[in-house]
Design a protein around this ligand. Structure first.
Ligand SMILES: Nc1ncnc2c1ncn2[C@@H]1O[C@H](COP(=O)(O)OP(=O)(O)O)[C@@H](O)[C@H]1O
Ligand SMILES: [Mg+2]
Length: 307
């Protein structure tokens, strides 16, 4: 169980994290979403014990990370949002270096490293120089090294950022696989839909504050209690608008050239009656459907953008 309570971080006068609280149960995959500059990296570094908070608490199974950073080091794996330069270091030497940092006995290292390189699909690159790897491979290597000491909690700061579409998909597949290892995972992104299918719950942060937090479907429901219906047709737009305006359960009609969107309070029976009524006018209708709750829309609605 990971709990953040009333966390603050100031950089000089600037308040980067502002009274942030959240709790993440064991085995959960928590998506930490927010625009650039929202305070994701700052929060994650504090949780990883790499940055000092200005106030508040971070508790892991009840132990405060802020007052006992060393105690929790072995419980947390952290994948930073950038990958350093490793002159003349090969992939397996890189892994061995981090194994050493976590004091993993020499005899155990080959099996651990083999297994992790397998998970991130880099077994074939173990003798390659780290600096020669593609960006996607470097990210995967970085993920492998954050797992080297078999941590209970994994903190991944934008693992898919800067990757091309193919490398993003590969990363996503690996992250899905990690779910089965039963670890608690916190993963950040500035792109909400990217996290939605992976995560059990999400927190949306803006200007250092949590604006929404909970199970993915709960947040969707909270934010999209209205049904939005979309109609597209090739003629008689004025007639359609007139019909819509007469309905008591239709509000906020929004008209584009060949399309109309509106909020609808009625049930499915009412919706089918409406469709029938429209078709009786003999219109050339090409689409009549309910807009799916779109995560990207929700995200845009509740965050104003940090830059
Ligand atoms: N070392 C620092 N000194 C001063 N300001 C910083 C420092 N690190 C981050 N910030 C500022 O704190 C805010 C949050 O940054 P960050 O945690 O990196 O956000 P995110 O990871 O969500 O993009 C930003 O406005 C950033 O400019
Ligand atoms: Mg960041």
């Amino acid at each position: 169980m990971l709990e953040i309570k009333n966390l603050y971080k100031r950089y000089g006068k600037f308040l980067a994290v502002n009274n942030l609280s959240l709790s993440i149960a064991e085995g959960e995959i928590f998506g930490f979403v927010g625009p650039n500059g929202a305070g994701k990296t700052t929060t994650m570094k504090i949780v990883a014990g790499l940055l000092k908070a200005s106030g508040g608490q971070v508790l892991i199974n009840g132990i405060n990370v802020i007052s006992h950073p060393g105690k929790l080091r072995e419980k947390i794996g952290y994948m930073p949002d950038f990958f350093g330069v490793y002159d003349n270091l090969k992939v397996d030497e890189y892994m061995d270096f981090y194994a050493g940092m976590y004091k993993i006995p020499y005899k155990d290292r080959p099996a651990i490293i083999d297994n992790l390189l397998e998970i991130v699909d880099l077994s074939h690159k173990r003798d390659a120089y780290v600096d020669s790897l593609s960006r996607g491979m470097k990210q995967r290597l970085c993920l492998a090294r954050s797992l080297i000491h078999d941590p209970d909690i994994l903190i991944l700061d934008e693992p898919a950022s800067g990757l091309d579409p193919r490398a993003r998909i590969e990363m996503k597949e690996i992250l899905k696989q990690l779910r089965t290892l039963g670890k608690t995972i916190i993963i950040s992104s500035h792109i909400l839909p990217e996290l939605a299918e992976l995560c059990t719950s999400i927190g949306i942060i803006e200007n250092g504050q949590m604006v929404a937090c909970g199970k993915v479907n709960e947040i969707m429901q909270q934010l999209t209690h209205k049904r939005i219906i979309k109609i597209r047709l090739l003629d008689k737009m004025e007639e359609l608008i007139r019909i819509l305006q007469e309905q008591p359960d239709i509000h906020n009609i929004f008209e584009k050239t060949d399309e109309v969107e509106f909020e609808f309070d009625g049930d499915d029976i009412r919706l089918s009656q409406l469709l029938k009524q429209i078709m009786e006018k003999d219109v050339l209708l090409t689409a009549f459907h309910e807009k799916e709750g779109n995560l990207e829309d929700i995200f845009m609605k509740i965050t104003k953008g940090g830059e």
